[in-house]
Design a protein around this ligand. Structure first.
Ligand SMILES: NC(=O)c1ccc[n+]([C@@H]2O[C@H](COP(=O)([O-])OP(=O)(O)OC[C@H]3O[C@@H](n4cnc5c(N)ncnc54)[C@H](O)[C@@H]3O)[C@@H](O)[C@H]2O)c1
Ligand SMILES: [Zn+2]
Length: 361
């Protein structure tokens, strides 16, 4: 007998799901497991809209299953903890990012890099240990193993902190790992969207000189005056790009679509590192010769481990870093997705789940 998603677990849950690759989202009733002994349950208050949610809702990476409840920038307040939970109690402000499980025994897990565990379980669209589908944060309640729960420091507003759970760790981790966090270094950030604007804030807080590289000249004023980037390059302006050749120690590339890498590699100094974190649906062309000349590196990075995620959010609290957000009601979700396609948001949509998601709607 096939058990419906509404009945497979004891706890009622309600959210919005995409039903097919049109990506259109609509109200969806499902269920979540009881709070297990190592689980933390929380009422979701806010959830950021990451571009990955859009890629997934529309099956742009070819791995989506439907119904799909997206959302991996989830924050809220703890409502129940299991008997063996040690770090959290009812009333705590917490968050869940992109993953809710891993094997805990491989080399990656042993090194606090659950994000690179071959058995890592994504927050939505994955199979959990019990074989049921995982559903994300565009929903009213969340249950997760405490290992995958992050404490949100009291000084951070929950709405602006939500995007740190994905955009924050995804930009913080490569800055640290690739050694682009040393004061006085010069780092480029390509694509001033959800990830890009947080990358600028983290890099600045680390004491790095930041240049935003963008196709849109109209983002210049905001990048410099508001986000405190040191300079701005319009990637289509040959003269500007020429003048900046060989000046950067590293570049964090957050672009969500196919784009040329050659101009970016040219901006790097010898030994410079181009770090890809955007995830376009099709392969990019990699010109090799310009890498050889100057011993340059192209690398990649995917979110971050749980220990580093907590470190990132504590660092954010210390430096007053939150995302610049537009808070929207759940009914606005499909419009927000359409605007995200056009990069028409400064710089992250966050859904006000707590006040606007009602199971009767
Ligand atoms: N590596 C990871 O762990 C990880 C984590 C989260 C998101 N992502 C991926 O990162 C990418 C960015 O996510 P986001 O939420 O910041 O998206 P976003 O839509 O907020 O920002 C993307 C930016 O790229 C720019 N852009 C789009 N097409 C472009 C083009 N052809 N040339 C130049 N610029 C272009 C947009 O103007 C926008 O500023 C997505 O592909 C997302 O799936 C990766
Ligand atoms: Zn994300």
């Amino acid at each position: 007998m096939v058990v419906s998603t509404e009945q497979e677990h004891p706890k009622k849950a309600f959210g919005w799901a995409a039903r097919d690759s049109s990506g259109v989202l609509s109200p969806f009733k499902f269920s979540r497991r009881e709070t297990g002994e190592k689980d933390v349950s929380f009422k979701v208050l806010y959830c950021g809209i990451c571009h990955s949610d859009l890629h997934m809702a529309k099956n742009e990476w070819g791995s989506s299953t439907y119904p799909l409840v997206p959302g991996h920038e989830i924050v809220g307040v703890v409502t129940e903890v299991g008997s063996k939970v040690e770090k959290f109690k009812v009333g705590d402000k917490v968050g869940v990012g992109c993953m809710v499980g891993s094997c805990h025994s491989c080399d990656s897990c042993a090194n606090n890099l659950e994000n690179y565990c071959p058995k890592m379980i994504l927050t939505y669209g994955s199979k959990y240990l019990d074989g049921t589908t995982t559903y994300g944060g565009y929903s009213d309640v969340m249950v997760a193993d405490e290992h995958f729960i992050v404490r949100v420091p009291d000084s951070l507003p929950l709405d602006g902190a939500a995007p740190l759970l994905c955009a924050g760790i995804t930009t913080y981790s490569p800055l640290r790992y690739f050694g682009l966090d040393k004061p006085g270094m010069h780092v480029g950030v390509v694509g001033l969207g959800g990830l890009g604007h947080v990358a600028v804030k983290f890099a600045k807080a680390m004491g790095v000189k930041v240049t935003v590289i963008s196709t849109s000249p109209n983002k210049k004023e905001e990048a410099i005056d508001h986000l405190h980037a040191d300079s701005f390059l319009v990637s289509r302006d040959q003269d500007q790009m020429q003048a900046a050749l060989g000046t950067m120690d590293g570049i964090i590339d957050t672009v969500s679509a196919v784009h040329p890498l050659l101009p970016l590699i040219g901006l790097l100094k010898s030994h410079g590192k181009l770090v890809m974190i955007g995830a376009p649906e099709k392969p990019l062309e990699l010109p090799v010769f310009p890498l050889l000349v100057g011993r340059k590196i192209v690398g990649g990075s995917c979110i971050g481990g749980m220990k580093e995620t907590q470190e990132m959010i504590d660092f954010a609290a210390k430096h007053n870093i939150t995302a610049d957000i537009e808070v929207v009601p759940i009914d606005y979700l499909n419009t927000a997705m359409e605007r995200l396609v056009k990069a028409d948001v400064r710089y992250r949509f966050v859904i006000d789940i707590g006040n606007t998601l009602k199971s009767s709607s």
